[in-house]
Design a protein around this ligand. Structure first.
Ligand SMILES: *Cc1c(COP(=O)(O)O)cnc(C)c1O
Length: 229
């Protein structure tokens, strides 16, 4: 089932890229494997997935030693400062940086472990109460301040768009994230690039790709519904 789902998602990525005049190579599919057992991740790995997304530190720590080393782990969930030290040398990208204090802790742990870490700034583009992330007005300042910290590199923006039944309803938000990334790029801040736009999930990734996503985070569309019971 996972293999077929992946084939389907990859086909949709290709078609969305065609519509937008983009090269599918520009879009990285992150398989969001939270709550799913190792056996399912192995199946996705066998079908050529190398980027996996998790939203809990404990789950990354559990899964990391059980799977091949060439996997790139993406931390996509809310990250508490006291847990940064557990994943700093395991993840290839932290998508969910939403405060200077978190960026400072990531930097100081990276210095300690002598690793360099790439981060994205999480923007709450629709201003939803229930979501983490900075307001768009705060993004430039956070980029400027976090950019000065050692051993971290700001690579772009991440957003979790509202849960909608019609993905077209999120097009405007994806467009706004892209515009924000262009604004930040134009500031020419040292140590900041805006090459990554992490946006789009199972319900809306094709629209996100049409609006410029370079990373999409797909869980349900690959692994099926999650059971939190
Ligand atoms: C769970 C999750 C996803 C994947 O959601 P699906 O709708 O299952 O594709 C993407 N991004 C984040 C941050 C998540 O927590």
């Amino acid at each position: 089932m996972i293999k077929e789902n992946l084939a389907n998602v990859r086909e949709n990525i290709k078609k969305a890229c065609e519509r937008a005049g983009r090269d599918p190579e520009e879009v990285t599919l992150i398989s969001v494997s939270k709550t799913k057992p190792i056996s399912m991740l192995e199946e996705a790995y066998a079908a050529d997935c190398r980027d996996f997304g998790e939203n809990k530190v404990q789950e990354i720590m559990d899964k990391y030693p059980q799977l091949p080393e060439d996997i790139r782990w993406h931390m996509i969930g809310h990250l508490q400062r006291n847990k940064v030290k557990y994943i700093i040398d395991k993840v290839s990208l932290i998508h969910s940086v939403d405060s200077l204090r978190l960026a400072q802790e990531i930097s100081s742990q990276a210095v300690k472990k002598q690793v360099d870490i790439d981060i994205l700034l999480e923007v709450n583009i629709a201003g939803e109460e229930s979501k983490f992330g900075i307001a768009r007005e705060e993004a430039i300042q956070l980029a400027e301040e976090a950019a000065t910290l050692p051993h971290i590199h700001i690579k772009g923006l991440m957003t979790i768009a509202p849960f909608v039944s019609n993905p077209e309803d999120n097009r405007e938000y994806f467009r706004q994230i892209r515009e924000l990334s262009v604004d930040i790029e134009h500031k020419n801040i040292d140590n900041v690039t805006m090459s990554v736009l992490s946006m789009g999930m199972t319900g809306d990734y094709t629209v996100a790709i049409e609006e410029g996503a370079t990373m999409i985070r797909v869980g349900t569309g690959i692994f099926g519904e999650r059971n939190y019971a």
